[in-house]
Write a protein that binds this ligand. Structure first.
Ligand SMILES: NC(=O)CC[C@H](N)C(=O)O
Length: 226
């Protein structure tokens, strides 16, 4: 049976089609989900893609958090359904408190668009099992609200529990505390990161690197073996 991975579209989402393609390249079925629909169409996992949902008004992710689709996503994520938030999707996940901390404006106040080197810090999540701990990958980064912050206690807890999933390498592009590029929840089913793995899954696109494909093969293997 093919694994069904839902990809949510909010008004202002940009990367839903690239995410659907990444899901298909990995070998799963991509199921489009609409922000006004509570029905998740019996998908096995959900990706919240990048973009400017609801125009980033108030704060990136602050309005999307209250959309009908998120009501079901939050409920099912708490029950163990795998959820990946990429960039704006990560912002939505912090706003829902499925992941701790918050995203602030980049410390240099500019939108940044570049290939970014990352270190994979854990293979114990639904979305990173196909990577090696310590593996260095390069994927595009493009945002203005990419500065991850949390209080010291939360940061210490994330480190102690092995929940920092990705760290920026070579340079910290936005002032994120402790070079954090992505984190996971305690159970490892919910992961959020600012860089964009879905834009690095095919050799003919961009730099030709396919370093982002591991997210989608990880989840596929998990779902197929479940
Ligand atoms: N690429 C994106 O998802 C952009 C995210 C967000 N709206 C920002 O600029 O920070």
């Amino acid at each position: 049976m093919t694994a069904r991975i839902g990809v949510v579209t909010f008004p202002g989402t940009l990367d839903d089609r690239d995410t659907q393609r990444a899901v298909r390249v990995a070998g799963a079925e991509a199921v489009p989900l609409w922000h006004r629909d509570k029905d998740l169409k019996q998908v096995d996992a959900v990706v919240l893609p990048g973009g400017f949902s609801y125009g980033d008004y108030l704060r990136a992710g602050a309005i999307s958090r209250f959309s009908p689709v998120m009501e079901t996503v939050i409920e099912q994520a708490k029950g163990g359904m795998p959820v990946l938030g990429i960039c704006n999707g990560f912002q939505v996940l912090t706003e829902t408190h499925l992941l701790p901390g918050a995203m602030l404006r980049n410390n240099h106040l500019h939108f940044i668009c570049r290939d970014q080197k990352l270190r994979v810090e854990t293979d114990r999540t639904a979305w990173t099992a196909d990577y090696e701990v310590g593996q260095e990958i390069s994927v595009p980064l493009k945002n203005i609200d990419g500065r991850y912050v949390a209080d010291e206690r939360t940061l210490d807890m994330l480190e102690a529990e092995g929940r920092v999933a990705f760290r920026y390498l070579d340079m910290n592009p936005n002032g994120s505390l402790r070079d954090i590029a992505g984190i996971t929840n305690e159970a490892g089913n919910v992961v959020g990161l600012m860089p964009h793995p879905e834009h690095a899954v095919e050799p003919l696109v961009g730099t030709g690197r396919t370093d982002g494909l591991g997210f989608f093969t990880s989840i596929l293997k998990k779902l197929v073996n479940a």
